[in-house]
Design a protein. Structure first.
Length: 319
């Protein structure tokens, strides 16, 4: 009998939510995700000191350039252990800056291609604001593929599909956290889990209307949430939950399918900027979690930035 992880792979593409290269090598996922907090932990690990030294050398004493190279070099190393793509995140401070997001994404792709990595193997992570969606629309037209993060509302998902983005990452766990706190309960049953329900609704809408945008469930708190979305295009899973799935025996039942979605087609929705903001604003959870998520991503990025600044200063002092 297969373990749950092996069985899950038959229904969904498994993605590793980690910057730990050894963990990626162990689990052999199809794709991998990075972000500033994951990268900060990895960059401080003695095992990866050679990558940090290479970033410092390529950055030539400039903190911003060193930081960019740190993302790219870890991404390149991760890609040695996955067959698919790695996601690299745009600075959260650019969440409301369309042109800034486009420029940073182009810069990452320039560096990746300079390091021998083709753009088809890179996903640029962009916050799912109206400005971020517009940036992604431009980038997709240039063959720069995007992974839309901090996605909590159905309005965000609809706008992403209409913009033709490659991938969205709706956050199951953070939605669950918000509703658990709002209801003042210790847990929410899987059949009532609003995070699971949100991803299932988006998936069915996309498949029912033939959108090419892929859905990747993210931010899980427990394995039950993952198994409840078996069949979703992709599922990004942290190493501790990958371990639990690998240790649990049993077949995993497919919960989502394109065939089923096409038999229960929902109303097609089209959103301009005004209607996008109105529909998103109607979802208090989504408004709060998007704003909070941008602040948290920014805080993590600043920690990584300070780490890189200290490295650059040490390098200059030793010169």
């Amino acid at each position: 009998m297969p373990n749950q992880l092996e069985s899950l792979r038959r229904h969904s593409v498994v993605v590793a939510d980690t910057g730990d290269i050894d963990a990626v090598a162990r689990w052999r996922p199809q794709d991998a995700i990075t972000n500033p907090s994951l990268l900060l932990a990895a960059a401080q690990d003695p095992r990866y000191r050679p990558l940090v030294e290479e970033a410092l050398a390529r950055g030539k004493g400039q903190a911003e350039a060193t930081l960019e190279w740190l993302f790219v070099l870890f991404g390149r190393e991760i890609l040695k252990h996955v067959a698919g793509r790695v996601s690299t995140e745009v600075d959260a401070r650019l969440s409301f800056d369309t042109e800034g997001t486009i420029a940073k994404a182009r810069r990452f792709i320039e560096l990746y291609e300079g390091a021998g990595v083709p753009r088809k193997r890179v996903l640029i992570k962009v916050s799912t604001t109206w400005e971020g969606i517009r940036a992604a629309e431009v980038l997709e037209g240039e063959g720069i593929h995007c992974n839309m993060t901090l996605l909590f509302s159905f309005a965000q998902a609809v706008a992403c599909a209409e913009a033709g983005v490659t991938l969205i990452s709706p956050f199951v766990g953070r939605i669950y956290d918000w509703h658990k706190a709002a209801r003042k309960v210790e847990d929410i049953a899987l059949e009532e889990d609003p995070g699971v329900a949100s991803v299932a609704r988006i998936y069915r809408h996309y498949k029912g209307h033939g959108y090419a945008t892929q859905v990747m469930g993210a931010s899980f708190r427990k394995t039950g949430q993952i198994l409840a979305l078996a069949g979703c295009d992709l599922l990004t899973i942290a190493p501790d939950l990958l371990e639990k799935l690998a240790q649990a025996q049993g077949e995993v039942e497919r919960k989502l399918s394109a065939e089923d979605a096409r038999q229960h087609v929902q109303e097609r929705i089209s959103l301009d900027e005004k209607s996008f903001h109105w529909r998103h604003n109607e979802d208090a959870m989504a408004v709060e979690k998007l704003a909070e998520g941008i602040r948290r991503f920014d805080a993590d990025a600043r920690k990584l930035e300070q780490f890189v600044l200290s490295l650059v200063k040490d390098r200059r002092a030793a010169a």
